[in-house]
Ligand binder design. Structure first.
Ligand code: GTQ
Length: 349
């Protein structure tokens, strides 16, 4: 009883000096931080933000005169969430960057436990090689390099090529599970003809004895823009979903799951003039406007999106898109991680 009484009358000065004394033992009181530790709903420290490609393009190309792809290993400008500067993160869980490769350059072969996706934005003639196969990078192509697969990039063409890199770097860093290795040779030997993986694994058929575990990444490492676009155009015959327009998720065709275990990717077509209903979800999402133009209303802020612009929408931020002209949006998020852990939630209003 006495204890209760004295606790009630403890002054903030007495508490403070107590906190100082327990700090000597590397302890701290939960009651001062409980609300922040166990919030009633997500309160992401990240903010919504958009990068205008037209505005940053010249600065990306300028990096080409400052450092070679070989010296940089990966010549990339990281897109940092303005509220997470210094953390190389676009959301708490995800990384994004703009990678530049000039004609004649090679980004040397390496592999790492981080999974990577590429979305080709600008220029033509570069390739990404994964597991002995090269794929020509064309605008809008969605290309993946799953965890621990050897990959290198080269540009035998005659234009600078820029693509968006999306990686799960913050997730792997959070778990302290990152390994990386450089190859002895600059680029990996080509052992399979271009189109091999897509024919074998991405044509509604699989090799007769092929099996994968649910968490295995897809062997299809390129999802060509041409196919994505013709799918989305075919869907226009039906009515658009009120919250998404015509939205599809990219899958590992052998499992129906996301192409890689840590990141989901999506493509959606929003008809001209169509306005999606308010929606939010717990997976912080990176959008890229691949064609057309749209307005994004994110938690009361408006962003105008033109071709190649990148928009980040943090967890549980209300989102609404209005297509000014018919717009195609690519997006990626950490949804499969949240789903595997039973954490993912969405809300449609
Ligand atoms: O292409 O492997 O933007 O390892 C960051 C880290 C790209 C890559 C990035 C990477 C890569």
């Amino acid at each position: 009883m006495n204890t209760t009484l004295s606790a009630n009358v403890a002054t903030s000065q007495q508490r403070k000096s107590y906190y100082d004394r327990i700090a000597e033992e590397s302890m701290t009181p939960l009651w001062e931080v409980l609300g922040a530790l166990v919030p009633q709903q997500p309160r992401s420290p990240a903010v919504a933000h958009a990068w205008s490609y037209a505005q940053v393009r010249a600065k990306v190309l300028e990096a080409g005169s400052l450092i070679s792809a070989a010296e940089a290993e990966r010549r990339v400008l990281i897109l940092e969430n303005p509220a997470l500067r210094g953390q190389s993160s676009i959301t708490q869980a995800l990384y994004a960057g703009l990678q530049l490769i000039l004609p004649g350059e090679v980004a040397p072969a390496h592999r790492h436990t981080q999974s990577a996706l590429r979305l080709v934005l600008d220029g033509a003639g570069a390739y990404t090689a994964v597991d002995g196969e090269r794929t020509t990078m064309r605008r809008g192509d969605f290309i993946i390099t799953p965890a621990w697969t050897w990959h290198d990039h080269g540009n035998p063409g005659n234009e600078p090529v820029v693509w968006l890199d999306g990686l799960d770097i913050p997730i792997v860093r959070f778990l302290d599970a990152g390994f990386a290795e450089k190859s002895d040779s600059e680029y990996q030997a080509v052992t399979r003809p271009e189109g091999d993986a897509l024919a074998r694994y991405g044509s509604n058929m699989l090799p007769v004895d092929f099996q994968q575990q649910p968490s295995d990444p897809t062997k299809v490492f390129v999802y060509p823009w041409e196919r994505t676009l013709s799918t989305l155009h075919a869907l226009k015959a039906g009515s658009p979903d009120p919250h998404f327009g015509h939205k599809q998720r990219y899958v590992n065709p052998a499992t129906g799951r996301s192409p890689m275990p840590t990141m989901a990717a999506f493509a959606q077509l929003i008809p001209a003039g169509f306005e999606t209903q308010p929606y939010r979800c717990t997976d912080g999402t990176v959008y890229v406007c691949l064609s057309g133009s749209a307005e994004a209303h994110i938690e009361g802020q408006t962003f105008r999106l033109e071709e190649n612009d990148v928009l980040v929408v943090p967890s549980w931020h209300s989102q609404q898109f209005c297509a000014l002209t018919e717009a195609v949006l690519f997006s990626y998020s950490d949804r499969p991680v949240q789903q595997a852990l039973g954490l993912w939630r969405e809300q449609r209003s």
